[in-house]
Design a protein around this ligand. Structure first.
Ligand SMILES: Nc1ncnc2c1ncn2[C@@H]1O[C@H](COP(=O)(O)OS(=O)(=O)O)[C@@H](OP(=O)(O)O)[C@H]1O
Length: 327
């Protein structure tokens, strides 16, 4: 990338520091259909500002043994998993009355490392987080996330979703951000960028596989969950999540309906209808309501052509072959 291209890139990225610009100039780069520049760091594509935040996270983050990190590829069920994690950890204090989820959004309670905390500051103040244990989230792949974690026993939970539903969800999300009808041409370009693997936090398959392999190698610290399993067997999956997080349900809680209460609290309809999520604005100036849409499995069937679906399936099949991952 030459200098003038670099400068054009930083038109809306004025606060990128010189050393990061210099690193970026040495990395593979790509301009997406919206004209936004991405570059590839440790095998993952980032917008420049996110990359700067990732680098600051890697350099400055000091883990605590009790930290919990909720991770995902965007549009895979992050908001739901954040809500479930908060609900599980905060259940013993005063039941679900006046629960933190009723006064802040899941994204407010479980802040993104590179899209919020380290985006705002290279050394964010992490002493005044609302949760204990500290809860964070990210879309980075596992190897990048793990760099500053070293031998930390902190827990990492990943949620994965059928890529075709991820694509459709992202399409609607982007259209809602732009306050526009979801246009077919946008869907086509998203499908194309997913198939190429060159999109924000892509390639999708590398992101998923990093956590899948991590969960096989280190099951005590990395839990791999599926959106589809959460939809199909929410009760069992929440019990599994609670056990992994070290806060299993007691028999008394099971009998008193605690699991069901948590599932109700975190259901799409309940969260969507809470005042905070109906009218609140997130850190990135987006309305909280934008994170809640249909929440269905196989919504892609209503939007993708057979040709699109076949192409995506073929790529995913090839990429996941031999991994043991069913998706
Ligand atoms: N509580 C709950 N239960 C089930 N599904 C839920 C829930 N909350 C959000 N959603 C659906 O998740 C999709 C948004 O994905 P993410 O939360 O990963 O988005 S983000 O990455 O945090 O921007 C998006 O999926 P689609 O409806 O298919 O677009 C949301 O509707």
């Amino acid at each position: 990338m030459n200098q003038s291209e670099l400068l054009r890139n930083f038109g809306d990225d004025e606060d990128i520091r010189p050393e990061v610009k210099s690193l970026i100039s040495s990395l593979p780069s790509y301009t997406d259909v919206e004209g936004k520049k991405l570059c590839n760091y440790q095998g993952c594509w980032y917008y420049y500002k996110n990359l700067q935040a990732v680098l600051d996270y890697q350099k400055n983050f000091k883990p605590l043994d009790t930290d919990i990190i909720v991770t995902s590829y965007p549009k895979s069920g992050t908001t739901w998993l954040k809500a479930l994690t908060v609900a599980l950890l905060q259940r013993s204090e005063d039941g679900l009355q006046n629960h933190p989820l009723t006064s802040d959004s899941p994204h407010g309670l479980v802040p993104f490392l590179e899209m919020k905390l380290y985006l705002k500051s290279s050394t964010p103040d992490l002493t005044n987080l609302s949760s204990s244990p500290r809860l964070f989230s990210t879309h980075m792949p596992l190897h990048t996330l793990r760099e500053p974690l070293k031998d930390s026993p902190c827990k990492i939970v990943y949620v994965c979703r059928n890529v075709k539903d991820v694509i459709v969800s992202l399409w609607h999300f982007r259209s809602r951000i732009e306050n526009k009808e979801a246009e077919r041409s946008k869907l086509e370009s998203i499908v194309e960028s997913f198939c190429k693997g060159v999109n924000n936090y892509g390639p999708f398959w590398d992101n998923v596989l990093s956590y899948w392999k991590g969960s096989l190698e280190d099951p005590d610290h990395v839990l791999f969950m599926r959106y589809e399993d959460l939809k199909e067997e929410p009760y069992d999956q929440v019990i599994r999540l609670a056990e992994f997080l070290g806060c299993p349900f007691t028999q008394e809680e099971i009998h008193s309906g605690s699991v069901e209460k948590i599932l109700d609290l975190c259901s799409l309809d309940n969260l969507r209808n809470l005042d905070i999520n109906k009218s609140g604005i997130a850190w990135n100036k987006l309305h909280h309501s934008i994170f809640f849409r249909k929440g269905e499995v196989d919504d892609w069937k209503n939007h993708l052509t057979t040709e699109m679906a076949d192409k995506i399936d073929m790529i995913i099949h090839e990429k996941f072959q031999g991994s043991g991952l069913r998706i």
